[in-house]
Design a protein around this ligand. Sequence first.
Ligand SMILES: NC(=O)C1=CN([C@@H]2O[C@H](COP(=O)(O)OP(=O)(O)OC[C@H]3O[C@@H](n4cnc5c(N)ncnc54)[C@H](OP(=O)(O)O)[C@@H]3O)[C@@H](O)[C@H]2O)C=CC1
Ligand SMILES: CCCCC/C=C/C=O
Length: 333
Amino acid sequence: MVVAKVFKFEKQFDGFPQETDLKLVEEQLPEIKDGEFLAEAVYLSVDPYMRAYAPRLPLGETYVGGQVAKVTESKNPKFPVGKYVVAHFGWRTHTISDGKRTPGWTIPMVLPDFGGLPASLALGVLGMPGNTAYFGVTDILQPQQGHTVAVTGAAGAVGSLVGQICKIKGCKVIGIAGSDEKGKWLVDELGFDSFINYKSDDVGKALKEAAPQGVDRYFDNVGGEISSTIINQHMKNFGRVAVCGCISGYNEKEPPKATPIQKGVLRHQLRMQGLHSTRWEDKWMEGILQNKKWIEEGRLKYRETVTEGFENMFKAFTDMLRGGNFGKAIVKV
Ligand SMILES: NC(=O)C1=CN([C@@H]2O[C@H](COP(=O)(O)OP(=O)(O)OC[C@H]3O[C@@H](n4cnc5c(N)ncnc54)[C@H](OP(=O)(O)O)[C@@H]3O)[C@@H](O)[C@H]2O)C=CC1
Ligand SMILES: CCCCC/C=C/C=O
C-alpha cells in the first residue's frame, strides 16, 4: 500500500500565507487500475500563481502545482515505468493518474529528451516559466534589434530568461529586482546592461539614467507603482508592454492602489497586452526546444534555488514570495 503525503488547502489566505493555511496529511492510495499509472514526485515547483489563484481554489483540495515525477507502476502504455512526467498533480508525493488533464490545468507529459540537462528544468527554463518568457517576448513584446527593454522581477524564473532572450534579440536590457546581489548576477553573469534595485533606488530616477531616451519595451512581472512609473514616465511612443504578472499585489488584503496608467498609455500610444502561458499550449515544444538550443549554445543561462524536502514546500513557497530565489524556485523531495 502506497502512502502519499499531501498538502491540503485548509484555510483561505488572508494577506501573506501562513503555515496553518495548509495542512500536511497522509493518504493511502488504492491499487492502480487499467489505464492508470502511479508516479512519485522528484521535484516540485513553487510559483507565484499558486498565491494569485488562491481565492479561486476550493478549500479541502490538494494545493495546486506542477511537479516532475517518476512513473513507478503503470497500466497505461503511454506512461511506462521508469519514465519521468511533468504534470499538474499538486503538492503531493505520490499520485495515481489516468494521464488525462487535471481540469483547468495542463495535461501530464512524458519528459522529452533534455539531452543530459536535469529533469528539474521541466519546471523552469524547459517548462512553463521558460515558455512564458520565450513566447511572451517573441509573440507579445516583439522587441527589435537596438530596442531598450525594461523587465521587472528580473532575477526570477521568468524575468531572468526574458532579459537574456531580449539580449539574444540584440536589445539593451535593464533589469529591476529586489537586491544588489541579484543585480550583480544579472549584469555580471547573464549579460544584462544595467540593474535597478527597486527596494533601495528611486526607480524613476535610475531608469532615466539607464535609458535617457526612454524604453521601447516593458515586460511587466510585478504591476503596482513601479509599473505605473515606467508606463507613465519612461515609455517611448508606440512602445509595447507585456503584462505577465502583478506579484506586488498578490499578498495584499485590499486591491493595491497605484497611479492610473491610462494617461501614459494614451500619451505614448502604447500597445499593452496581457498573457497566459497556456495560450501557447498548441506550440509548447517550440519554446522548449528553442530554449534548450540556446542553453546548449551557451546563450541562455539558468539558475535554480533548491529547497530540500517535501515537508519544506510551504517554506520554499513563502521564501519565493519574499524574494529569496535566484531564477527558478523548486523543491527536491
Ligand atoms: N502570465 C503567465 O502565464 C505567467 C505569469 N507569471 C507571473 O510572472 C511573475 C514572475 O513569476 P516567476 O518568474 O515564476 O517568479 P519569480 O521567480 O520571479 O519569483 C517571484 C519574485 O517576485 C519578486 N517579488 C516579490 N514581491 C514583490 C513585490 N512586492 N514587488 C516586486 N517584486 C516582488 C521577488 O523578487 P525580488 O527579490 O526582485 O523582490 C521574487 O523572487 C509573477 O508575477 C507571476 O505571477 C509567471 C508565470 C506564468
Ligand atoms: C499551468 C500554470 C499556468 C500559470 C499561468 C500563470 C499566471 C500567473 O502567474
